[in-house]
Design a protein around this ligand. Structure first.
Ligand SMILES: Nc1nc2c(ncn2[C@@H]2O[C@H](COP(=O)(O)OP(=O)(O)OP(=O)(O)O)[C@@H](O)[C@H]2O)c(=O)[nH]1
Ligand SMILES: [Mg+2]
Length: 260
């Protein structure tokens, strides 16, 4: 099979981009191609002024896609080309049938500056966890920054996907059974930013959740010294989005400084 035309990819040619991601999904990229992709993406990331990979995770229906949609708008406003990967590990069971419902970004489909791709597991979770970081690197080479990775739930597979982003956002909502006690293991540790969404529905519940999160953070300080901010949003009313963007930038600056 012909190798990826990296020059065409770097020019942002959409068919080359889509084809490369498909080959990554199907495990068809050679070791050499993978190494080249990895190298190029890393080199670009170190010079890019835009945020890199942003992960958004949380229980079904908390508002991840609605928030992603608004973040895409914010970043487009500053002229960036934005990539979106909607990852659905549950598609191992459902065959990906739900995925269409999960993407609420139709308005961006006509914008050539936004590339949206849904990735379902097709019965093989390990493949998905591998293909997602490759896809985000391919997008980076094609000039997309940031790349937003939306993934459903906070189980082990999502944590796996989130290991390959620069900033992980965990979205919660009041009254969604999302209190701290019931939050699945691993969630507090992976979050760089917490969003409490749907505050328009239950401000009191949201405030309670916020207090709980802050308390639990006081109990377990992270090794790197970063304290995940807790941001209250209503994606419906577009409240809190600029704060989220500011927090993303702050976290990525923090990580950049960390790297030396
Ligand atoms: N009241 C209220 N509804 C919201 C808010 N944000 C999202 N919703 C609604 O919640 C529903 C689910 O939103 P999505 O953005 O699809 O949630 P999601 O987390 O991406 O869902 P899955 O991908 O299926 O897990 C939709 O009907 C949204 O309109 C909000 O801030 N307030
Ligand atoms: Mg969604």
């Amino acid at each position: 099979m012909a190798e990826i035309n990296l020059e065409a990819l770097a020019r942002g040619e959409i068919d080359v981009l889509a084809g490369a991601i498909s080959r990554g999904e199907n495990g068809e990229l050679s070791e050499r191609e993978l190494a080249t992709i990895h190298e190029r993406a890393a080199a670009l990331e170190s010079v890019s002024s835009q945020p890199g990979r942003i992960g958004i995770t949380g229980s079904p229906g908390v508002g991840k896609s609605t928030l992603t949609n608004l973040l895409v708008k914010e970043f487009r406003g500053s002229g960036a080309k934005v990539g979106v990967l909607a990852v659905d590990p549950s598609s191992v069971l459902t065959g990906g049938a739900l995925l269409g419902d999960r993407i609420r970004m139709q308005e961006h489909y006509v914008d050539p500056g936004v590339f949206i791709r849904s990735m379902s597991a097709r019965g093989h979770l390990g493949g998905l966890a591998r293909a997602t970081p490759i896809a985000s690197e391919i997008l980076a080479i094609a000039g997309y920054a940031p790349v937003i990775v939306e993934t459903v739930g906070v189980g082990q597979s999502e944590v796996e996907v989130m290991n390959h982003v620069d900033t992980t956002i965990v979205v919660l909502a009041p009254g969604a059974g999302d209190d701290i006690q019931s939050a699945k293991a691993g969630i507090l540790e992976v979050a760089d930013i917490f969003i409490i969404n749907k505050i328009d529905r239950d401000l009191e519940g949201a405030e309670k959740l916020r207090q709980e999160l802050i308390r639990s953070q006081e109990l377990s300080m992270r090794h790197d010294g970063w304290r995940a901010p807790v941001i209250m949003t209503s994606a419906l009313d577009r409240i809190g989005i600029t704060e989220v963007v500011a927090a993303i930038k702050k976290h990525q600056e923090f990580k950049g400084a960390d790297k030396g």
